[in-house]
Design a protein around this ligand. Sequence first.
Ligand code: SAM
Ligand code: DTB
Ligand code: SF4
Length: 342
Amino acid sequence: MLYSDLEKIYNLPFFELLQKARRIHEEHWTDSSVQLCTLLSIKTGGCSEDCSYCAQSARYSSGVAAERLMEKNEVIDRARAAKSHGSTRFCMGAAWRGVRSGTKRFESVLEIVREVAALNMEVCVTLGELGAEEAAALKEAGVTAYNHNIDTSPEHYPNIVSTHTFQDRLKTIRNVQDAGMSVCCGGILGLGETVKDRLKMLEVISEFNPPPESIPINSLMPMPGTPLSDNKTVDAFDVARLIALARISVPAARVRLSAGRTRLSDEAQALCFFAGANSIFYGDKLLTAANPAVENDLALLGRLGLEAKASDRTAPAPCSSPERPLSPAVEQDQCAHGAARS
Ligand code: SAM
Ligand code: DTB
Ligand code: SF4
């Protein structure tokens, strides 16, 4: 959608914007499901890049220590646990500028991906820059979606990152699309950007061909020691406005209410779901920052009558014991009564 159209819609009175987003949401999404994605940082800290919001850059004294790539068995245990808690998508992040074919660490990641894919979860990875060869290898190993955010407008990007360019980000996204993986691409609010930057970011994302499968809308988690540690909290209505605009401009995408939910009230999150958010990161931790507790999230979904989405990779199975609903409607790996399948 072109900037001029985005601007017109964005400037509608708040309730008109929400109503428009809601109508489009209901046309494209017939159920009230919310996708639960669990994040795991498989390689934390020590990153060469200087993204000024990120606690994992080696350039800032954020208190996040550089770690080695996690052992495969530990990752699989965490993926199994996520699945047993009702998550249907497992997203593994690495604090790297990018990956190269033929390196030991890339081979290790491919091994991990193969085993997570065998658990019948959607597999998402975010490893930084990819060439065509690396993208094809990840697809072959079983990655369903690749997360690579553009984070802000092309104009504001150089104020936030100097070690790679906006064009570099787009190149990776092209490689992901060419390899046949879904693209998960969004951004962060609260980086000192203007409304125009936010709309320009959505203009780029909504013009992708094919459109992104998911759009994470993060609010900055100000990380101690980073250049943006003192940035102001993003206004909840601004988050809802951007969610609404993402829904309107890319109707078929999962719009993910991402980092920053710990700073939103339940009521503000409800507004975001109404505006078209239908996915969240689920689990007490994002990569290094805090996220709401799973019990609170399940309770919130329950209070709103929203359902946890069943995995795209698992078909429903018959069951016999109507016991202990984990609820609300944690369908994946469970029968209709909430009993875990064997
Ligand atoms: N290194 C890879 C990359 O840059 O694409 C993958 C990991 S990186 C941490 C993934 C995304 O997390 C970033 O693009 C950004 O959107 C988000 N992110 C990182 N730090 C954040 C923060 N403090 N607050 C909100 N979002 C953040
Ligand atoms: C995305 O858009 N948000 C997630 C995921 N993709 C990788 C990451 C949020 C990170 C928040 C800061 C942290 O945990 O360090
Ligand atoms: Fe590194 Fe990614 Fe953090 Fe940038 S956002 S410093 S590339 S981990």
